[in-house]
Write a protein that binds this ligand. Structure first.
Ligand code: BES
Ligand code: MN
Ligand code: ZN
Length: 508
């Protein structure tokens, strides 16, 4: 889909579908609707307001109303998209509406569309959000559908964002549009990785993807094999990997700015959980919980997606990404409940549940990443079902003892339109990880499972400002919603991007 900015009259936009986002207040006062609604209503000889009233379309945030224009406007169809209350507006509302809009465009087979940007405070943010909503909403994963390939493609070829009246194109708006395209492409790429089945996306395949990103974005990359992982004394990672016949890989992918620009600057570090399939190991998962476990590398996908963006942003500081990729399988060499492992840090861990594998791999990888002395370290992991129970499918759980770092991530998430919620990393619960025979167990009691997991990770990050994002819930969406498709969401790419932008002084 080609995306551009346009200026001009709403009723003179020639296209298959005109998307018109409206606030509740734009329609509420029948005597004085908003100017774009009035313009369209006049062109359609009163049909817009009449049908809206008849169909009880009030501009609510989940409402939509489709009309044919029968040549009374240049667009063939108009779709009114509800934005809800104007006072509650934020760009994310527009992002969701744009996503619904493009899905509707597909259903009616529209090849060209125009989205009329609403009049709202921050036009730049709205351009970015609308573009992202369209591009993310366009996403589908049909690589393995053989029948659908024969059908004519129902794709929107050309979309423009129509600026509100009395606003002009500017360099700033063009840049916002371009950034939205880079970020959306990276997010959709991350979604593909997560949706890809586990027999295809093996640890080695993940390593190849990292290499590819490095080639395309002129980043540096190292992909280490099992022998090197053992040589790094990563006893936790090695143990998790040993139950599978698929070899593990340890990925280090990084961006290094020209020396003059980063003199003395400590790196930003991202770590992603990269379990390409989590069977639970010998603590085997029941079928129903196992079927989703190809998505257990969503943290890695987000980190790689973000690195694609970083390669384009070229911030004035280094950015490093680390992934410990392996399968968690119950093969003959599998690690056992009862095993005691020695981590890279030297601490010993008694395995009480082989299904708590993510924290083990991350423990070693965080230790290694931490040796760079990061300015800030953020990990993303589909770590616990408990976090999903607590926060559901929309919210990421945010953990960390460093308030400033946590706030920085929460601010970035807010600006990205990704919902996150801080949860306490309560030291009280550390007791539950005490082992009789080793320094720690890998699981505590059932209650507060997301906190125990975060406390486990905390052992490996020293004094570094560190933030742990538990994305078990938001990594996937159980249904189509706004710009989300059912399945992988690519959550995290946008927040990490905003974090880097804010640090580079180019954020909003
Ligand atoms: N990958 C899972 C967590 C998960 C669950 C992600 C559901 C996405 C959706 C993780 O490795 C796991 O199995 N966690 C266990 C931990 C328990 C054994 C302490 C869990 O949450 O049940
Ligand atoms: Mn598990
Ligand atoms: Zn897992």
């Amino acid at each position: 889909m080609k995306l551009s900015l346009a200026a001009g009259d709403l009723t003179h936009q020639k296209c298959d579908l005109l998307l018109l986002p409206v606030f509740e207040s734009d329609l509420k006062d029948a005597q004085k609707p908003a100017p774009p609604v009035v313009a369209l209503d006049q062109a359609l000889r009163g049909l817009v307001l009449r049908v809206a009233a008849e169909e009880k379309f009030k501009g609510g945030a989940d409402q939509a109303l489709m009309l044919q224009t029968h040549d009374r406007a240049q667009a063939t169809r108009v779709l009114l998209l509800g934005l809800g209350a104007r006072q509650k507006f934020e760009p994310e509302v527009l992002r969701l509406a744009a996503g619904r809009g493009i899905k509707a465009a597909r259903k009616v087979g529209a090849a060209t569309l125009v989205l009329a940007l609403p009049e709202a405070r921050d036009l730049t943010a709205n351009v970015k959000a609308a573009a992202e909503g369209l591009l993310l909403g366009e996403y589908k994963f049909d690589r393995y559908k053989t029948a659908e390939k024969d059908q004519p493609a129902r794709e929107v070829r050309q979309a423009s964002l129509l600026l509100p009246a009395k606003t002009a194109k500017s360099r700033e708006l063009a840049e916002a549009l371009e950034l939205a395209q880079v970020v959306s492409e990276a997010t959709n790429w991350a979604r593909d990785l997560v949706n890809e089945p586990p027999n295809q996306l093996t640890p080695s395949a993940l390593g190849e993807h990292a290499r590819q990103i490095a080639r395309e974005g002129r980043l540096k990359v190292e992909v280490l094999d099992r022998a090197r992982i053992e040589k790094l004394r990563m006893g936790l990672f090695s143990a998790v990997a040993q139950g599978s016949s698929a070899p593990p890989v340890l990925v280090h992918l990084w961006y290094q700015p020209p020396a003059a620009r980063h003199a003395g600057k400590k790196p930003v570090v991202f770590v992603g959980k990269a379990i390409t399939f989590d069977s639970g190991g010998l603590s085997l998962k029941p079928t129903d919980s196992m079927v989703e476990m190809k998505t257990d590398m969503a943290g890695a996908a987000a980190v790689l997606g973000a690195m694609k963006v970083v390669a384009r942003l070229k911030p004035p500081f280094p950015v490093h990404a680390y992934l410990g990729a392996c399968e968690n399988m119950p093969g003959g060499r599998a690690y056992r409940p009862g095993d005691v492992l020695v981590s890279r840090l030297g601490k010993t861990v008694e395995v009480t549940n082989t299904d708590a594998e993510g924290r083990l791999v991350l423990g070693d990888v965080l230790t290694w990443a931490n040796e760079l002395e990061p300015a800030v370290m953020v990990d993303l992991a589909t770590l616990t079902g408990a976090c999903m129970v607590a926060l559901g499918h929309n919210l990421t759980g945010v953990f960390g003892a460093d308030d400033a770092a946590v706030w920085e991530v929460l601010e970035a998430a807010k600006s990205a339109g990704e919902d996150m919620w801080r949860l306490p990393i309560s030291e009280h619960q550390r007791d539950s990880l005490k082992s009789e025979i080793a320094d720690m167990k890998n699981t505590g009691e059932r209650w507060g499972g997301a906190i125990s997991a975060a406390l486990f990770l905390k052992e490996y990050v020293g004094e570094t400002p560190w933030v742990h994002l538990d994305i078990a819930g938001p990594a996937t969406s159980p249904k189509e919603r706004g710009y989300l498709a059912k399945g992988a969401t690519g959550v995290g790419v946008r927040t990490l991007t905003e974090l880097v932008r804010a640090r580079a002084g180019t954020g909003s």
